[in-house]
Design a protein around this ligand. Structure first.
Ligand code: HEC
Length: 124
């Protein structure tokens, strides 16, 4: 192998490792690498939250929403107080948790978490 090939090979393997880590971070939702924007896009733009609210989501999708909301709760908003953020995001976590556990009140709890403006006004 020439030096150039070795360098290229190393570069490619590092690239692959990083990509895999990012995918895992998004999947588990546990990592701090998941940004608020990631959560907004997956939960709202891609309508994962709505699907769960309407009872059309699989168990995996419900769990994914819960992981995303947990990551949201662990993050810091660009604006507004941390106390208010904790209160709002905990409601999201509880609602997703209720969906994962199959509670009857999950749709009502989730509906309340879809009030985008209430959170955006204070934190976006
Ligand atoms: C718990 C609080 C909260 C709730 C509820 C919430 N958002 Fe957000 N959203 C935020 C914050 C904070 C930001 C700003 C993130 C940043 O700038 O880093 C944001 C940003 C966004 C963005 C911009 C993302 C980007 O790529 O820049 C979109 C789109 C969005 N929210 C959609 C929604 C929709 C749709 C709903 C309701 C169905 C919603 N959000 C509910 C907190 C919330």
């Amino acid at each position: 192998m020439s030096i150039r090939a070795v360098v290229l090979f190393t570069f490619v393997s590092v690239g692959v490792t990083i990509t895999q880590n990012e995918v895992c971070a998004l999947d588990s939702g546990k990592s701090r690498d998941v940004t608020i924007k990631d959560v907004m896009v997956t939960a709202y733009k891609e309508k994962l939250a709505k699907k769960v609210m309407q009872g059309e989501a699989t168990q995996d999708e419900k769990q994914r929403l819960l992981n995303l909301y947990e990551a949201l709760a662990q993050s810091a908003p660009p604006r507004g107080s941390q106390v208010s953020w904790k209160r709002k995001t905990e409601a999201l976590v509880n609602a997703a948790q209720a969906a994962v556990e199959g509670h009857e009140n999950a749709p009502i709890l989730l509906k309340r978490t879809m009030e985008c403006g209430a959170c955006h006004t204070s934190h976006k």
